[in-house]
Design a protein around this ligand. Structure first.
Ligand code: ARG
Ligand code: ZN
Length: 876
């Protein structure tokens, strides 16, 4: 392959020709599908006459081409690797093409492909060019009319976007359905599904009284697993009406579950296609976490109908325009229908672990990148989650009411258009009257800002001086960073009263919980009239996606853990306290000295365990130690073994000292009620299971017995999976092996449960994890062409910190071997899988060399643009 070239935002031009209407006919066949396209084309008013027509097209075999009904001779057009070019065309014309494609050979899962016996599509970002010749860019929006023709016996169901308008029988056992989508859309939102599918149907009446049919299409064996997705969909539809005033705009809304899918799901107009893992649930097969994930993803894709489909992106540099906003919307929805504090804690924990790592690594990029080689590599935590944090800051800066007015303005002003991030922020600026110029830097500047904060209380003046200094570290291609506008929400908690003190800044009274604005490199804030010395509670609710350093003593942290009125920061104080203790233990482990447990942590845990709380979900979070990955994030150089040992030591020390308290919590939260994925039940289960983790960590008789009993009771997958994980991750193979065997046999027929079975065993800390991966790669339930399997086995192993980072380099080698195979089969998945290797700079020299050697070995292959881009950055 030739060296892939970067595309730059600064080169954006409107398309020379646009499509006003697209007519498609598919004659489905596994190895030779025919696609006929009739494009209604016209010159773009901003472009000059006489320009050539260029259409994207990849892996298409052209069978015929005609312009305004005239067949084109071979000298009248040109075919290249990337597409088709016609030198001279009129200002407005019809183009007819017919191509042949082979869905069954499409293992990249972009364009039209086979999943089991069905046909399905994934077009975002640039998959449509593997279906037909087309201007495959989001600023070309057309109405679509799609006829799907297929074998009536094997493909009884034929779906596409919009509404079905005609269907009928054809000779040779074939039939067809014609679909019309009246809403102009970019081709990345096109979808087609054909197969032997069954539907579950429901109805929804919109706020203006329109009746919408809701359908979830699945394979027969999954008919019992759609209830939760359907209920989630209806909740999401109502929520978007009530919260954003957004109503659904077609008579039919369909979701289809497919087993082979690169991502979670896709918001195709009227026909969302989902990874089966993101839609199917049943109490026996899916955990609470999976139920909540399904609810969030169903909502996410539905919300895209406005934030993404009605108003879409001008170009792919603007991806966060739809993704950041839609993630913010789905996070808000999940917070509203579940426990809001826990949702925030979960989102921020994940963000600070994974997005911070991305921001600190070689693939760091701004929320709006200014260049890329392969857009498929930019469906990242930065675009999605940091993008959502930016929208959240905007909401907080302008306040909900102005934000909602800005959102209304955005949807009405740009309805049916493909727009930019400026267009969105401008609506917020107009609706609020605020100047957001400096704020825009959040979109262009990569890297995680750090704030170093210091504070001093002056008894004589009754003043607290808070000094905030910000800096953003250099990232690849961006060495100079400017000061950002960072909203810091804070309270000053009185050390005597334990209450938030009244805040007075520059003579202005701000209440007891306020936002201050850091805009310079350094700023001083003097709070006056404070009768007692405070401990500051900073960046409450994670008010900005930054690292905030403050020289808290352990006493300060224990104080905040007990007294902070902000639940999020109370949790964070506990995490910080545990991290300080872990730091000491990591150092002790490295220096070979005896580890001593910090009593302040034990005391804090005792208080948590014995205090009355009505929020069990938050308590469960508070009792959860920072993950090894998050601890690693805090270390200058990652020592995987020391981190694992230190965390295990803390866990066991707590379990030994507080055994009775954990036991009491476990027993108090045992329940026999019939399973429902509802907040109270979920909270009790998570608290119970956290307690069980501690009890099992010391592997005493009672802990083992409780865990085995929970495993065998088979109440629901949440409890079973947790118990299986504890047994499998214990030091005793005599506990692990029989449990794994029983579970594997019981669920051999259910691919989504087998995925969990794979992940649990390859993430065990015992030294045989790598051998297990190799062994399981030959298991009949494993397949390298199914992304869920690859994630469950290989992806999960690469998160197994002690074993992936084995000093013999075998973990790295295994990952690289898989990447090399997937580079040909599925470049998008291959490129994602490399991520852990790109973080080599965080490890000791020996591991650095081993990781880089594997990256070099990958680099020597004939690489897809996806893998090429990641590997080049990692080795730059
Ligand atoms: N727009 C989809 C979503 O966020 C994701 C599509 C990802 N496509 C891809 N090729 N990476 O819901
Ligand atoms: Zn999305």
């Amino acid at each position: 392959m030739s060296t892939p070239q970067a595309i730059h935002l600064s080169d954006y031009r409107p398309p020379a020709y646009r499509v006003t209407h697209t007519e498609l006919t598919f004659e489905l066949d596994p190895s030779a599908t025919r696609v006929k396209a009739r494009l209604h084309l016209e010159r773009h008013p901003e472009r000059e006459a006489g320009e050539a027509l260029e259409l994207d097209g990849e892996q298409l075999t052209l069978k015929s081409i005609a312009l305004d009904g005239q067949v084109l001779g071979e000298d009248e057009y040109r075919l290249t690797e990337q597409g088709l070019r016609i030198e001279s065309v009129p200002a407005s014309f019809l183009l007819d093409t017919e191509v042949e494609i082979s869905p069954e050979e499409n293992t990249a899962l972009e364009g039209l492909y086979r999943s089991g016996g069905m046909f399905c599509t994934q077009c975002e970002a640039e998959g449509f060019r593997r279906i037909t010749f087309y201007p495959d860019r989001p600023d070309v929006m057309a109405t679509f009319s799609t006829t799907v023709v297929g074998d009536a016996a094997s493909l009884p169901v034929l779906l596409s976007n919009g509404n079905p308008v005609e269907r009928g029988e054809l000779p040779n056992g074939r039939h067809f359905v014609t679909w019309e989508d009246p809403h102009p859309k970019p081709c990345y939102l096109f979808a087609l599904v054909a197969g032997d599918l069954n539907k579950v149907e429901d109805r929804f009446t919109t706020m203006s009284g329109r009746d919408v049919t809701l359908q979830i299409w699945v394979e027969e064996e999954n008919l019992g697993k759609t209830d939760h997705a359907m209920a989630s969909l209806k909740r999401a539809m109502r929520w978007d009406e009530e919260t954003y005033g957004r109503e659904y705009d077609l008579d039919l809304f369909m979701i289809v579950a497919v087993n082979d899918f690169n991502m979670g799901a896709m918001e195709n107009k009227g026909l969302n296609i989902f990874n089966s893992a993101a839609v199917l649930t049943h109490p026996d097969t899916a955990t609470d976490a999976a139920f909540q994930r399904v609810e969030g993803i169903v909502a996410h894709e539905y919300f895209h109908n406005w934030s993404g489909n009605r108003v879409t992106c001008r170009d792919w540099f603007q991806l966060s325009l739809k993704e950041g906003f839609t993630v913010f919307r789905d996070q808000s929805f999940s917070a509203d229908v579940n426990s809001a504090p826990v949702k925030r804690i979960e989102d921020v924990s994940f963000f600070r672990t994974a997005q911070f790592a991305e921001d600190a690594g070689p693939t760091a990029h701004p929320v709006r990148p200014d260049h890329y080689i392969e857009i498929g590599n930019f469906y990242t935590l930065t675009i999605y989650e940091k993008g959502a944090e930016i929208v959240r800051m905007l909401r907080n800066l302008v306040g909900w009411e102005a934000f909602r007015r800005g959102s209304d303005l955005y949807f009405s002003r740009f309805d049916g258009q493909a727009v930019t991030i400026e267009d969105f922020v401008t609506c917020m600026a107009e609706a609020s009257g605020q100047n957001l110029d400096q704020f825009m830097l959040w979109y262009s500047q990569a890297g995680t800002p750090e704030i170093d904060a210091h504070g001093e209380y002056d008894y004589a003046r009754a003043e607290y001086r808070l000094i905030l200094r910000q800096r953003t570290p250099a990232t690849p291609g961006q060495s100079d960073k400017q000061a950002l506008h960072i909203p810091v929400r804070l309270g000053l908690v009185g050390t005597k009263s334990g209450r938030d003190l009244a805040l007075t800044l520059d003579g202005e009274s701000l209440g007891r919980d306020a936002v201050i604005h850091l805009r310079e490199d350094e700023q001083e804030f003097v709070f006056t009239d404070l009768a007692e010395a405070p401990v500051p509670s900073l960046a409450r609710g994670f008010s900005a996606p930054v690292k905030l350093n403050f020289p808290y003593s352990r006493e300060d942290l224990a104080f905040l853990l007990a007294n902070d009125s902000d639940g999020f920061n109370r949790w964070d104080a506990g995490q910080r306290l545990a991290l300080l203790a872990l730091d000491d233990l990591i150092a002790a482990h490295r220096n070979g000295v005896e580890k001593v447990m910090d009593n302040r942590v034990v005391d804090a845990f005792r208080t948590l365990l014995t205090s009355d709380t009505d929020d069990k979900a938050v308590l469960a979070e508070m009792l959860t130690l920072p993950s090894e990955a998050y601890i690693a994030e805090q270390q200058p150089l990652v020592d995987v073994d020391a981190i694992h040992a230190a965390r295990q030591f803390v866990k066991q020390s707590l379990a030994v000292t507080l055994r009775d308290e954990f036991l009491a919590v476990y027993q108090a939260n045992l329940d026999d009620v019939s399973y429902a994925p509802e907040p109270d039940q979920i909270a009790a289960r998570s608290l119970k299971n956290v307690a069980l983790s501690y009890l099992m960590s010391i592997e005493d008789e009672e802990g083992v017995a409780l865990t085995q009993r929970q495993f065998e009771a088979e109440h629901n997958m949440t409890d079973v999976r947790h118990a299986l994980t504890l047994l499998t991750h214990s030091s005793r193979d005599d506990l692990a092996d029989p449990a794994l065997k029983a579970f594997g046999q019981k669920w051999a027929h259910d691919p989504l449960v087998m995925d969990q079975w794979f992940s649990i065993q390859v993430s065990r800390p015992q030294a045989d994890a790598l051998e297990r991966v190799k062994f399981l790669m030959d298991h009949p339930a494993f397949s390298l062409t199914n992304p869920n399997k690859v994630r469950a086995l290989i992806g999960a192993f690469a998160q197994n910190r002690v074993n992936f980072h084995r000093l013999d380099g075998e973990g790295y080698k295994l990952l690289a071997d898989v990447v090399i195979k997937l580079n040909r089969l599925n470049p998008e998945i291959a490129a994602r899988l490399i991520t852990p290797l790109t973080r080599w700079a965080r490890y000791d020299e020996t591991r650095q060399e081993l990781m880089k050697a594997e990256l070099e070995r990958i680099r020597a292959e004939d690489l897809s643009p996806n893998v090429y881009e990641v590997v080049e950055k990692a080795l730059a």
